[in-house]
Design a protein around this ligand. Structure first.
Ligand SMILES: Cc1cc2nc3c(=O)[nH]c(=O)nc-3n(C[C@H](O)[C@H](O)[C@H](O)COP(=O)(O)OP(=O)(O)OC[C@H]3O[C@@H](n4cnc5c(N)ncnc54)[C@H](O)[C@@H]3O)c2cc1C
Length: 265
């Protein structure tokens, strides 16, 4: 989804700016990682003033006599005072939610990060259709598939090897296949034995230039993309072609970028 403006943070600065931008005709979204209304509505101005109000009313009761009134046995319940303050915050935060909705501002929940112009993350360009082989597959079978230009193995120079549990076990390239057949023309060895087990990986949230540096440093042309929390769980495949395509896309974008709304004003 594309927006003219994305505001980070829904504090008094953010939500007011987002609503005004939308009223001025910009397709607007706001990203919030915690509570709508920011510090002011949830922890700062509003809840503190609600606590102060309770203190003020308590003080008035204590000085009831000064006003010609009588109030005996005036006490306070801290838990109830804090609860009231939290309720006021929640009510106002819900108010911000409905104001944003009414003004067509889309709320995106999560932590926003700014990526410098020209930078791309691996997840934006990785191939999700990963070329996978079973660790028990024989080299002769793979060679046969390659010779027949089978689409499952012909799109990439390298293929990922998964064990019986679907976990990343290694990588094999066409070069590895040729070397294995050279050593044993019967191709009886498994792809896992013929490939590499010490696999260099990248992560979906890694910057493309960092992944490219890994390739250059290790003199390899492809990287399995794995889950940061489980380095054996494959989520994608990054090859040199993917990197070149991303670079080209960015170049094109920068050349054909529309003037944008700032120039239109
Ligand atoms: C105890 C206390 C009492 C105060 N009382 C008053 C008062 O009486 N009057 C007054 O004028 N001011 C008061 N302030 C100050 C007031 O809270 C701030 O000036 C105001 O909240 C600033 O608004 P803001 O929109 O700039 O940022 P914030 O209110 O801090 O909002 C920022 C929002 O952005 C979100 N955010 C930040 N980074 C990201 C990210 N990367 N991705 C997604 N979301 C993100 C945060 O979760 C937060 O919701 C008080 C502050 C405190 C702490």
């Amino acid at each position: 989804m594309k927006f003219d403006l994305i505001v980070i943070g829904s504090g008094p600065g953010g939500y007011v700016a987002a609503i005004r931008a939308s009223q001025l005709g910009l397709k607007t979204a706001i990203v919030e990682r915690e509570h709508l209304g920011g510090i002011c509505l949830n922890w700062g101005c509003i809840p503190t003033k609600a606590l102060l109000r309770s203190a003020e009313v308590y003080d008035l009761f204590r000085h009831a006599k000064d006003f010609g009134l009588a109030a005996d046995n005036v006490r306070f319940d801290v838990k109830a005072v804090v609860q009231r303050s939290r309720d006021v915050s929640r009510r106002l935060s819900r108010g911000v939610a409905s104001l944003l909705k009414k003004n067509n501002v889309m709320v995106i929940w999560g932590e926003a990060t700014l990526v410098a112009l020209g930078q791309v993350r691996v997840s934006e360009t990785m191939d999700q259709d990963v070329p996978k082989l079973s660790a028990e597959m024989k080299v002769s079978n793979l060679a046969d598939l390659i010779a027949r230009h089978d689409p499952s193995v012909s799109r990439h120079q390298g293929m990922l090897i998964l064990d019986s549990e679907g976990k990343l076990a290694g990588v094999i390239t066409r070069g590895d296949v040729m070397r294995a057949l050279d050593a044993d023309p019967s191709g009886a060895s498994t792809v896992l034995d013929a490939g590499r087990r010490d696999v260099v990986v990248t992560y979906p949230d890694e910057m493309l230039h960092q992944a490219s540096a890994k390739m250059l440093r290790n003199n390899i042309g492809r990287l399995p993309v794995v889950d940061r929390k489980d380095a054996q769980r494959v989520v994608g495949y990054l090859g040199r072609a993917g990197i070149m395509a991303a670079r080209l896309r960015r170049l094109d974008e920068e050349h054909v970028r529309e003037p944008g709304w700032i120039k239109r004003l």
